[in-house]
Design a protein around this ligand. Structure first.
Ligand SMILES: NC(=O)c1ccc[n+]([C@@H]2O[C@H](COP(=O)([O-])OP(=O)(O)OC[C@H]3O[C@@H](n4cnc5c(N)ncnc54)[C@H](O)[C@@H]3O)[C@@H](O)[C@H]2O)c1
Length: 342
């Protein structure tokens, strides 16, 4: 298949591009606007690859999207392009509505007009909102509570409406919290790993008892590929790792693998509207033949090892505009924070 992956210079997108090319079954065009988290270093090994093309473009730009779909005779679209960080959505909600709702709408309509055979929207379990007990199923109503999750929910609903209205063959995956190599170090796991390597404090929100279901990036990409190949048009598929952990437990495991003290943990003022727990039921995708393969302990161990051995990758990021963002997010919080055990 000739596949257009959007957001392919980001974390999940770059792993997906590698996976699709490695399968030997796809030509891949990667469309990315190279926003702050888009990083061509993630794709450096693909320079000159015969079945890979990169296009620097924005999913909101209908004219460019149209010509890419036409020129590359695209058969399937996987939309990973998004603004993705909850904390940034609190600082700048407008950019999230623009890319995650309007941009998704532009890409969707151009794909329909171009006669694309399959359109897969990569979404998140955060659209279900905070789930105090039980596990979210695909039919559950959505209750997003941050500008990020609300924008992703808007994108999902728009995508699903194209199946009902036009019988355009869309699919939606809702992945849980994903981790692994190449993740921009603003997100919880890479931030904590890289701070710990540098003996810097780890800013842990609230009481640290927030619960997430952690999913290794390879398992997430395998789930997306499986849905692309086997999913029912019009259907939603939850993709979760089955590793529900408290943030404090994850922080302690990272410190354990790096041989660093727990005193690096700082409890800091919470994120506004912080969702307590996400948990999803993945039986629909398991029924289709997918299951996660990476155990949490092994996934964290290899992820920590990757950041330990790829300092040049993340030091370049952390020395740039990231510094201003980090100081704004955590400067004051860290001054007022409480060390673990104190
Ligand atoms: N990381 C997670 O834990 C997680 C979990 C579930 C779902 N998701 C979803 O997976 C997708 C990818 O997430 P990620 O973690 O790789 O994010 P990321 O921030 O690492 O990558 C996003 C990519 O999208 C690009 N982009 C942003 N706006 C764009 C635009 N207007 N046009 C074209 N490209 C644009 C960026 O340059 C970047 O390369 C997102 O849709 C996200 O909602 C992420």
């Amino acid at each position: 298949m000739r596949v257009l992956v959007t957001g392919g210079a980001g974390f999940i997108g770059s792993h997906l591009v590698h996976r699709l090319l490695a399968s030997g079954q796809h030509d891949v065009v990667n469309l990315d606007a190279l926003r702050y988290s888009g990083n061509l270093d993630n794709l450096a090994d693909l320079t000159g690859h015969a079945r890979y093309t990169f296009v620097h473009a924005d999913i909101c730009d209908a004219t460019t999207v149209r010509s890419i779909l036409r020129d590359h005779r695209v058969e399937a679209v996987i939309n990973c392009a998004a603004e993705t960080h909850v904390d940034r959505s609190i600082l700048d909600p407008g950019s999230f509505a623009k890319t995650d709702v309007v941009g998704t709408g532009v890409l969707l309509e151009e794909s329909r007009q171009a006669g694309v055979h399959r359109f897969l929207q990569v979404s998140t379990d955060e659209v279900y909102g905070s789930v105090e007990i039980g596990h979210s199923k695909e039919e559950d109503s959505l209750a997003p509570r941050s500008p990020y999750s609300a924008s992703k929910a808007g994108g999902d609903l728009l995508v699903l409406s194209y199946w009902t209205t036009y019988h355009f063959p869309v699919l939606v995956t809702r992945g849980s919290n994903t981790y692994g190599p190449n993740q921009y170090p603003e997100k919880f796991i890479p931030l904590f790993v890289t701070n710990a390597i540098d003996d810097q404090p780890l800013p842990l929100y609230g009481d640290g008892r927030y619960r997430r279901d952690w999913l290794a990036v390879d398992d997430h990409c395998a789930g997306i590929e499986h849905v692309l190949n086997h999913g029912q048009p019009g259907a939603i598929y939850n993709v979760g790792g089955g590793n529900e952990k408290e943030n404090l437990t994850v922080a302690e495991l990272i410190l354990h693998y790096l041989g660093k003290p727990k005193s690096l943990i700082r409890f800091v003022t919470d994120r506004p509207g912080h969702d307590r727990r996400y948990a999803i039921d993945c039986s629909r995708l398991r029924g289709l033949g997918w299951q996660p393969k990476v155990s949490f302990e092994e996934g964290i161990r290899t992820t920590v090892e990757w950041y330990r051995t790829h300092e040049a990758w993340w030091k370049k990021i952390k020395s740039g505009e990231f510094r201003t963002y980090y100081d704004e997010m955590y400067g004051r919080r860290l001054q007022e924070g409480r060390a673990c055990g104190s």
